[in-house]
Design a protein around this ligand. Structure first.
Ligand SMILES: Cc1cc2nc3c(=O)[nH]c(=O)nc-3n(C[C@H](O)[C@H](O)[C@H](O)COP(=O)(O)OP(=O)(O)OC[C@H]3O[C@@H](n4cnc5c(N)ncnc54)[C@H](O)[C@@H]3O)c2cc1C
Length: 344
């Protein structure tokens, strides 16, 4: 063990990831989690009345989530993920018309181009401008800057309102949980290329609830004297005294650490950091970040609505509908769906 003791604040996916990295480096640490359970927004619970496992957060992963998959491999639960065979997104229009945008099984982007040509919710003109831009974005020489929003970048690259609404907006909402006006373009296209244009890109689902995927983490921590987790202990303030960090919890306890890793959503940081830190360059980003909730509503139907794992809803306050019965392979005579609205 290295002669260092570190605090991790928050035990969502970020806190768990930080802990695993410290474990790999043999660094002692203590995790503080305000709730009585781990996972943060990535959690699920069994509802005895409905007799279904209900998911709070995660519904869909991309094959680009390489670091997240490393966490699950470490915990031994990677095997519970299932990967869709190809990159195929069913779209449902307000009139109920359904069509899929899919990458056909041809190498590289060629399959995606062919799939796009068959997609009925875009005019031929929109498809051509879209294909031109994707070709440009996919070139090795492509670069853009984070000082331009995705919306402005698209408008200056001949993308019309139709292609923005039907193609780019769903991608912005699903990856960044935000409107295209607020997403920096360099970051957007870097992620877009990894998630949609890379080799063997696909969508990934969990056949288990999120909490079951993370469950072995508590056991790993409890089996080592060098790692600790304090549930139901909220950090209320952090100070620096000399070389040490002093951490105060809501039950009046004080702890001393060599370093602190903050793994809580940015909007909570001003509540616990010293006021004079918030003005410095490092934390300046907090002033510009906005918080956009994602909400899922569950509904049970007597009939099966569609036979895909999920679909994108065009022109709807709900963006996604997830077919939980299919994803979790439930064998019942009713069907569970979750309607998710991003960028709330
Ligand atoms: C309805 C919904 C659907 C979603 N769907 C998807 C999806 O399909 N795909 C996808 O990739 N992402 C999805 N997400 C987003 C994803 O769940 C989150 O991005 C991810 O779980 C965030 O993890 P985190 O560790 O950064 O933060 P959190 O999960 O928020 O974890 C932070 C933890 O810190 C704790 N904490 C906060 N303050 C303190 C304090 N002062 N002291 C101690 N502990 C504290 C909190 O209790 C929490 O447990 C969805 C989210 C929601 C809500």
């Amino acid at each position: 063990m290295l002669n260092k003791n570190i605090a991790i604040v928050g035990c969502g996916v970020a806190g768990i990831s930080a802990s695993i990295e410290l474990q790999k480096r043999k660094i002692a640490h203590t995790i503080f989690e305000a709730k009585r359970f781990i996972g943060g927004r990535f959690y699920s619970f069994y509802d005895p009345k409905l007799d279904f496992e209900i998911e709070n957060g995660q519904h869909l992963f991309s094959s680009a989530y390489i670091n997240f998959f490393e966490i699950l491999k470490f915990l031994g639960t990677f095997k519970y993920l299932k990967t869709s065979k190809n990159l195929s997104v069913p779209f449902i229009s307000p009139s109920g018309k359904t069509a899929r945008l899919e990458a056909l099984t041809f190498p590289n982007q060629f399959g995606f181009f062919l799939g796009l040509l068959k997609f009925p919710f875009l005019s031929f003109k929109s498809k051509i401008t879209l294909l031109k831009l994707i070709k440009k974005v996919n070139a090795e020489s492509f670069s853009t800057t984070n000082s331009i929003s995705v919306k402005n970048f698209l408008l200056s690259n001949q993308q019309n309102e139709e292609v923005i609404k039907v193609f780019w907006q769903p991608i912005g909402v699903s990856i960044f949980n935000n409107d295209l006006e607020n997403i920096p373009s360099a970051l957007f296209f870097e992620t877009f290329k990894k998630a949609f244009l890379g080799e063997n890109t696909s969508f990934v689902f969990s056949t288990l609830g999120s909490s079951s995927l993370l469950a072995p983490f508590t056991e790993v921590i409890n089996n080592s004297p060098d790692y600790r987790i304090n549930l139901n202990k909220k950090i209320i303030s952090i100070f620096k005294e000399g070389e040490k960090f002093l951490v105060h919890t809501n039950d009046g306890e004080k702890y001393e650490f060599d370093d602190v890793i903050l793994c809580i959503p940015p909007q909570h940081l001003p509540n616990i950091l010293p006021a004079n830190w918030l003005g410095n360059n490092y934390f300046r980003f907090l002033r510009v970040l906005k918080h956009n909730p994602i909400v899922s509503i569950y509904a049970i139907f007597e009939k099966e609505l569609f036979k895909d794992d999920f679909a994108f809803l065009l022109d709807s306050p709900f963006h996604w509908i997830f077919n939980k019965t299919l994803i979790h392979n439930y064998k019942k005579d009713v069907f569970l769906y979750s309607f998710t609205t991003s960028n709330g």
